[in-house]
Design a protein around this ligand. Sequence first.
Ligand SMILES: NC(=O)c1ccc[n+]([C@@H]2O[C@H](COP(=O)([O-])OP(=O)(O)OC[C@H]3O[C@@H](n4cnc5c(N)ncnc54)[C@H](OP(=O)(O)O)[C@@H]3O)[C@@H](O)[C@H]2O)c1
Length: 229
Amino acid sequence: MIPRVILHNSASIDGRIDWLTPNVELHYELAAYWRADAQLVGSETILISTEEIPEEADPNVEDLAAQQPQSPGDTRPLLVIPDSRGRVRTWDMLCKMRHWRGAVALCTHSTSQDYLDYLGSLGVEYILVGADLVDLRAGLEALHTTYGIQTVLVDSGGTLNGALLRAGLVSEVSLLIYPCLVGGTTPQSFFRAPDLAKQAGVIELDLIAVEQVRTGIIWLRYAVKNKPE
Ligand SMILES: NC(=O)c1ccc[n+]([C@@H]2O[C@H](COP(=O)([O-])OP(=O)(O)OC[C@H]3O[C@@H](n4cnc5c(N)ncnc54)[C@H](OP(=O)(O)O)[C@@H]3O)[C@@H](O)[C@H]2O)c1
């Protein structure tokens, strides 16, 4: 069994996530709606966002190892990052941010032993799924089996969203649409994937809810109707 997977993005009317300055507080306030027990974050999103975090340690934080999957009363989500190439080296800093109750890396059988040793030295757990790229279905299954994960909120750019959508793993799509148009020819939408070869690949959606959450900002929620063929 795989957990319920929800994509949640802030985008322009033309579906782009670049050149946009989303209201981050609103984005995460609404993300809390699903009470997800895991947050799946693209490695690129993490690499970009941690560039902005100051490096100095917070003296009040616990050891990372002490924060691994733990007390039943802790409702914070588990942080999960697919990182086949072992690029994320900020796990200690991420866990010290206290947004998550623990952290798990999704790696592959080709991820370097050096990186797996680095994760081990921090007490970050990892799951090996896939040969080169992370096998997302197997990773989601393992999250359910190993950690009992029921609901995964995806916090990523178009690449991870695209891989999940094309693999038929997404249950719900949530979009905060900002009243602006970006335009451009680079593929910077919240859904990046190879062009379709046939109509059957179009993912049909059922509207669940539409709400104006701030002046001009529309929150759209859709259930995925069909899985791509
Ligand atoms: N507006 C919003 O709501 C919003 C939200 C989040 C992020 N963002 C923005 O999005 C940008 C980053 O997005 P991005 O699209 O470049 O990267 P991303 O989606 O954050 O990261 C790509 C992820 O997809 C994985 N991946 C790629 N292809 C795969 C496949 N075929 N199978 C399995 N896993 C696969 C990669 O794993 P590997 O590392 O193993 O390759 C990586 O973890 C940033 O600028 C960020 O600020 C916007």
